[in-house]
Design a protein around this ligand. Structure first.
Ligand SMILES: Cc1cc2nc3c(=O)[nH]c(=O)nc-3n(C[C@H](O)[C@H](O)[C@H](O)COP(=O)(O)OP(=O)(O)OC[C@H]3O[C@@H](n4cnc5c(N)ncnc54)[C@H](O)[C@@H]3O)c2cc1C
Length: 659
């Protein structure tokens, strides 16, 4: 029988914070704030915004990242935009509608109260970023422009060309730099958190590795905030930056933090297809392209076969022989259905033999209609950098005219296919973003967050910045209020000694295996297992096979890994080995969770549970909960703990994007 937790009616020590107003008053006194240190691990949009805000509020912040500058965090890759319920288009948008779309998009598996708060603060984020000088796209009249993203019938996505993440990160970085300059934030670049230190049941510090010298260092604070991003790279090939990893999150899990909904992994429909087995990275073509690009495959199998053989090109196929399958199946949302729906529809067409490239695993994303309607200039203004990126990788420019049939110009279409992109699962947090370890908080993509079983496009940046600018800096004070009396602990405590020794011993263990296989070769094999058995279509049998194969491969990792070099100085292979060790734990968690959830919802698609039309079939009676996993030691099955979901404002129903 699984244990149950309830995040909304706190009991015991957590309940104190709701009534502890007196303690809270202490923080009004700036002198008390000066005594409080907070470690923020990560400088992506979530980490940088949180560190800057906490610094500005008067706390002392220690902020770490693995890159050489906060500006190089993975968040910089975000392309398409960020949602907010400003209703600048006067198209009927509202806080409630953004809340509703997000809960529905997540297939009714998100915590309702969190999502409402997210929708409420969305508008503040835009104001904050504009004040920082983020150059959002504007209309001629000077108003901020919007475009549409999947799962919404309004235009609420704010954007800066196809570089929204970069511009938002520069904004957050400028605020962070001001706090570094003011002495409120101490920045440690090229540092990796290897462990969290627990003293008397509370998170009191971390052990971090200086990635340049190889030295382990101790940091103590009154609270620790993890903002270290998602675990998509467990699949080896993903759209994530190469450095993305889940080491910090998994160490927190090993120390007692629950991991929630790990099986909710997002597979993005518009990525450049895999083109060989020497690839280490996949490239996203932003969802924003679905505003003006139409997705199709041929209607006739013989056309598909000719495309696969290379004897025919897409632009030679006339309009009447094209199957715009998303527009056909989902007339109300068309090409803008949510990502999980669009990805499965592409897989369904390719599985039936209609794929359009040499591997049969691609569909077209075609701009002919919109270029003919709006002109190439307008399309280039909207997506110029994405067209150029596509050309750089594939040598095809989607704005080139390729053919003319019956007076209609046809342009060279992009080819796209679904790929691992984002992880909705992550460290479990309560409404205050505190994990199951007191004093340990998690924000941004690394928490299990607000997206339920499927995240809508442009909502990750919204969530990361909501957490960092507007939620955590306030909720963490409920915890810090007490800390101002207790102060922080010394790094000489035995708990720090033990944690540092354990990390050091792990580094020795990995270096001393002295086997024959490189980190990448094992990681690639893990990725194949994950994609095949724990990927887009899952079955109970496949998941069990996947778990077995992961165990075998983990044994191979433990016995036959080869890491060159030493602990001292820079050793990138050693760092990758640590990440891979933790991807194994994460991969198994994804499989356990997927196996325990005998239903399909959002990004979690169990082939046994689908409607006749191939749509996800939920089982609300048995699975209307957040699945949290508690670590039980290496080699042991983790324990499932359930947080029942409670909806008050939204009626739970079957998702419908058809009408
Ligand atoms: C190609 C692409 C395009 C996207 N486009 C959009 C979009 O248009 N709109 C949208 O809403 N979302 C988009 N997303 C998703 C979004 O970019 C991410 O979800 C978001 O940026 C994550 O931010 P984060 O701050 O949580 O984590 P990250 O940006 O991943 O930052 C993680 C930080 O943690 C640090 N770190 C990691 N491990 C450690 C460790 N052990 N010790 C110390 N530091 C560590 C890193 O150095 C980094 O600073 C996109 C994602 C991709 C891959």
């Amino acid at each position: 029988m699984a244990k149950h937790i309830d995040s909304r009616i706190p009991e015991g020590p957590v309940a104190e914070k709701w009534t502890n107003y007196k303690a809270h008053q202490r923080l009004v006194n700036p002198k008390n704030k000066l005594k409080l240190d907070v470690i923020v691990v990560g400088t992506g949009l979530a980490g940088a915004s949180a560190a800057a805000s906490l610094g500005e509020m008067g706390f002392n912040v220690i902020n770490l990242c693995i890159q050489d500058s906060p500006r190089r965090a993975h968040s910089i890759a975000a392309q398409g935009g960020i949602n907010a319920a400003k209703c600048y288009q006067n198209d009927g948008d509202s806080v409630y509608r953004l809340f509703y779309d997000t809960v529905k998009g997540g297939d009714y598996r998100a915590r309702e109260a969190n999502v409402y708060r997210l929708a409420e603060v969305s508008n503040n984020i835009i104001d904050q970023c504009v004040a920082q000088g983020v150059p959002f796209a504007r209309e001629y009249g000077g108003m901020l422009a919007n475009r549409s993203f999947g799962g919404a019938q309004v235009s609420r996505t704010f954007y800066a060309k196809g570089q929204t993440g970069q511009q938002l990160l520069l904004g957050a970085y400028s605020s962070l730099s001001a706090q570094v300059h003011a002495g409120k934030v101490k920045l440690y670049t090229r540092y990796e958190m290897e462990d969290v230190v627990i003293v008397n049941g509370r998170a009191r510090g971390i052990i971090a590795k200086n990635l340049v010298t190889g030295k382990l260092e101790r940091f103590s604070a009154n609270a620790v905030v993890i903002a270290t991003g998602g675990y998509g790279n467990a699949y080896f090939l993903s759209t994530n930056a190469m450095g993305c990893n889940c080491t910090a999150a998994i160490q927190c899990y090993r120390k007692g933090a629950y991991m929630a909904n790990p099986s909710y992994v997002q597979i993005h429909p518009t990525c450049i297809p895999v083109h060989g087995d020497k690839q280490s990275k996949l490239t996203l073509m932003s969802e924003s392209l679905r505003n003006d690009g139409r997705i199709w495959v041929p209607k006739k199998l013989e056309d598909a076969k000719a495309l696969q053989a290379g004897t025919k090109q897409g632009w030679e196929i006339p309009e009447e022989d094209r199957d715009y399958y998303l527009e056909r199946r989902y007339p109300a949302f068309g090409n803008l259905v949510p990502r999980d729906v669009a990805s499965r529809a592409a897989k369904e067409r390719c599985d039936k033999g209609f794929g359009v490239n040499n591997t049969g695993l691609a569909v077209f994303l075609d701009f002919s209609e919109s270029i003919n309607r709006l002109g190439l200039d307008v399309i280039m203004q909207r997506y110029g950098n994405l067209f150029e990126m596509y050309e750089e990788i594939t040598d095809v420019f989607p704005g080139d005219v390729a053919n003319e049939i019956n007076g209609v110009k046809y342009y060279k279409p992009m080819m796209i296919y679904p790929a691992i992109h984002y992880t909705m699962g992550g460290i479990w947090v309560d409404y205050e973003l505190q994990t199951s370890i007191p004093g340990l908080f998690a924000i941004g993509e690394c928490n299990f967050s607000d997206h339920g079983a499927n995240r809508l496009g442009a909502s990750a940046l919204m969530q990361g910045l909501a957490d960092g600018y507007f939620v955590l800096p306030y909720t963490i004070q409920n915890y810090l209020a007490d800390q101002s009396i207790w102060g922080k602990v010394s790094t000489d405590l035995p708990e720090f000694d033990a944690a540092e020794k354990a990390v050091d011993a792990e580094l020795d263990r990995l270096l001393n295996i002295k086997g024959k296989r490189s980190v990448d070769s094992i990681h690639k094999e893990l990725g194949h297992i994950m994609w095949e058995y724990v990927g887009m279509g899952r079955t109970a049998e496949g998941l069990k096979t996947g778990l077995k194969k992961m165990h075998e491969l983990e044994k191979e990792f433990d016995e036959n890994l080869f890491v060159p070099g030493t602990k001292e100085g820079l050793n990138v292979e050693l760092d990758k080995a640590i990440h891979l060790r933790d991807f194994f734990t994460m991969g198994q968690l994804v499989a356990f969770d997927a196996l325990s959830r005998n239903e399909s919802c959002g990004g979690h698609f169990r082939e046994e549970y689908q409607t006749e039309e191939g749509e996800a079939k939920r089982d609300d009676e048995n699975y209307f909960y957040v699945g949290c996993w508690e670590y039980k030691g290496k080699g042991n099955e983790p324990e499932l703990i359930k947080e029942p979901l409670e909806y008050e404002a939204i009626k739970v129903q079957t998702r419908n994007y058809k009408n």
